[in-house]
Design a protein around this ligand. Sequence first.
Ligand code: HEM
Length: 108
Amino acid sequence: MRSLRSGSHPLAALSEREYQPYSDFLLHDMGAAADGIAEGGAAPREMRTAPLWGLHRVGSPRLWHDGRAKTLEAAVLLHDGQGAAARAAFAELAPEARGQLLAFLATL
Ligand code: HEM
C-alpha cells in the first residue's frame, strides 16, 4: 500500500496528512520467511510489513527483521506466505524491469 492518511493531531504538520510509507503496517503470514516467534497478538508466522519509505538511506542493507537480506533483491526474493505471489511476480520480470523496480525501491 503506497499512501496512508494520518489521523487528527494537534500539530497541523502531522494532522490529516497524506503520506507514502509504502506499507500497510499490518501483520501478514510470511510462511517460512517469518521468525517463528509468537509475540503479543502476532502468531509465529506473522510479521509486520516494514515501511519501504526510507530505503534510500540504507547504506549497506541489513534488511528483513533479522538483517538476513543483504540486498533489496534478496529481500524481495525472501517473501513467502502472503508475499509469495509478489516474490513470484518479481522473479518472472525481465532483467530490465527487475532493475527498474530495484532502482525505484532505492529512491524511496
Ligand atoms: C512488489 C511487491 C513488494 C516489494 C517490492 C516488497 C519489498 C519489500 C522489502 C524490500 C522488504 C524489506 C524491508 C526492510 O527490511 O526494511 C519487505 C518486507 C516485508 N514485506 Fe514486502 N514487498 C512486496 C510485497 C509484499 C506483499 C504482497 C506482502 C504481504 C502481503 C509483503 C509483506 C512484507 C512483510 C511482512 C515484510 C517484513 C518481513 C520481515 O521483516 O520479516 N510484501 N518487502
